[in-house]
Design a protein around this ligand. Structure first.
Ligand SMILES: [Zn+2]
Ligand SMILES: [Zn+2]
Length: 135
C-alpha cells in the first residue's frame, strides 16, 4: 500500500492529497515549460487520472489551455502557484513536484527536451552553492 502525501499552493488557499504512486518523473527543459513555470525547467510527476483529492480551495483553481497545442496548467487564482492537472487527453494527472509538501518516493527518470536547455541553466548548475542569500 502506498502512503498519502499532500501538496498545495504558496498562499494556502488550495491544498490536495494523493497516493505517493507515480509512474514517471521528468524535468522538461522545453520553452513552453519554462514559460509556464517561469523557471529553468518543469519538474513534473505523472500519476493516474483519478489520483487526486482536493482537500481545500478547488474553487480557487483555474485551468489554462493552450489554444492550439497540448499544453495546460492549473494554478491558484490568488497566488499563481502551479497545481496538479489532467493531461489534455485526460489520461494522466500531472503533478508539479514543487507543489508537494513532502518528498515523493519517485526519483526523476530523465531530463527531457534538453535540446532546449538554456545556457544559463547549464552554467547555474556549476555555480557556487550557499545555504541562504549570499552576503
Ligand atoms: Zn494560492
Ligand atoms: Zn516541456
Amino acid at each position: 500500500m502506498t502512503k498519502k502525501i499532500t501538496g498545495g499552493c504558496c498562499c494556502g488557499k488550495v491544498s490536495y492529497s494523493l497516493e505517493d504512486d507515480f509512474s514517471k518523473f521528468f524535468f522538461c527543459h522545453c520553452e513552453q515549460c519554462r514559460k509556464l513555470t517561469g523557471s529553468a525547467h518543469a519538474a513534473n510527476l505523472f500519476t493516474y487520472a483519478e489520483n487526486i483529492n482536493w482537500d481545500k480551495g478547488v474553487e480557487h483553481t483555474r485551468r489554462y489551455e493552450h489554444p492550439t497545442r497540448s499544453f495546460a496548467k492549473v494554478f491558484c487564482t490568488e497566488c499563481g502557484s502551479g497545481l496538479p492537472y489532467l493531461s489534455s487527453t485526460g489520461q494522466f494527472l500531472i503533478v508539479p513536484a514543487g507543489s508537494l509538501n513532502e518528498e515523493p518516493s519517485k526519483l526523476p527518470d530523465a531530463q527531457i527536451f534538453c535540446s532546449e536547455q538554456t545556457q544559463w541553466h547549464k552554467a547555474g548548475l556549476e555555480a557556487d552553492k550557499v545555504a541562504k542569500f549570499p552576503d
